[in-house]
Design a protein around this ligand. Structure first.
Ligand code: SF4
Ligand code: FES
Length: 271
């Protein structure tokens, strides 16, 4: 048996365990798929930093940035990534970590196999290194009018009453951080097609179910009935598995599909 009997995990081998004790590396090794610009070819570089417990992928990248030298001793340009909140709220640091699309800020090094392999999400155009252009996500939000119209900035009085249970359901939907993970894992999305993906469809459900947002429901559904809309969903359900916010995306897709059917029937009979 090579673990402490009390179940504690020790970050290093102290040499007084049994012969089978695994020697845990005192380094953190990170392999990064790099790209110098949108039209440049990608290439790989590997880095090593001293082991410190509690690193996440971004803090490890910050360590590398202090002295960007590869394991071959080559001094290179610092790795570029995007981040903001550092607490899985802004969605900016999405990347592919050991083959899984997720946020670098909450990818804990102690829980990752090494070398940790970092790649940019490939369903979005690469800007540089790990930074991708997520404009598509924001354009989709414009397309489906993911907002509540207000008439001016003066006091509008109390808003409509809301059922607390429904508000709670909407709260979950509202936690989307436009991170792009649901598009990255979706087989229907490619870097050059138009499918809006689960995030925008979920936002349409959120705003259509809101007592005020509901006034624009038909426009949202119309936007999702066109090219790249709801009918492009192939029901792979990868989105709901991968969403870091655990948003019930397949429920949202089903609900918007239902609303689109009702809208199509109404249009057909001239309502
Ligand atoms: S629905 Fe989930 S995976 Fe998709 S963009 Fe929003 S938070 Fe990210
Ligand atoms: S930095 Fe905001 S989600 Fe990671």
């Amino acid at each position: 048996m090579d673990n402490n009997s009390n179940g504690h995990h020790s970050p290093s081998s102290h040499g007084h365990g049994s012969q089978g004790t695994a020697k845990i590396s005192k380094k953190i090794r990170i392999r990064v798929r790099r790209q110098d610009g949108p039209d440049k070819l990608p290439y790989w570089q590997e880095f090593e930093i001293p082991y410190v417990s509690g690193h996440n992928v971004l803090s490890a990248l910050m360590e590398i940035r202090k002295n960007p030298v590869t394991i071959n001793g080559e001094k290179v340009e610092p790795i570029i990534w995007e981040s903001n909140c550092l607490e899985e709220v802004c969605g900016a640091c999405s990347m592919v970590v050991n083959g899984r699309a997720r946020q670098g800020c909450t990818a804990l090094v102690d829980k990752l196999e090494q070398p940790i392999v970092l790649e940019p999400m490939d369903k979005f155009p690469v800007v540089r290194d790990l930074v991708v252009d997520r404009s598509r996500m924001f354009d989709n939000l414009k397309r489906i009018k993911a907002w509540i119209e207000i008439d001016g900035s003066y006091a509008l009085g109390a808003g409509p009453r809301q059922d607390p249970a429904e508000a709670l359901e909407r709260y979950k939907m509202s936690t989307c951080m436009t991170c792009g993970v649901c598009l990255q894992v979706c087989p229907q999305v490619s870097v050059d097609n138009k499918f809006v993906g689960a995030a925008a469809i979920n936002q349409a459900r959120l705003f259509n179910s809101h007592p005020t947002g509901h006034f624009k429901a038909d426009e949202r559904i119309d936007a999702l009935m066109g090219d790249g809309g709801i009918t492009d969903c192939g029901n792979a359900q990868n989105c709901v598995e991968a969403c870091p916010k655990h948003i019930p995306l397949t429920e949202s897709i089903a609900e918007i599909g239902r609303q689109a059917t009702v809208r199509a029937v109404k249009k057909w009979i001239g309502l």
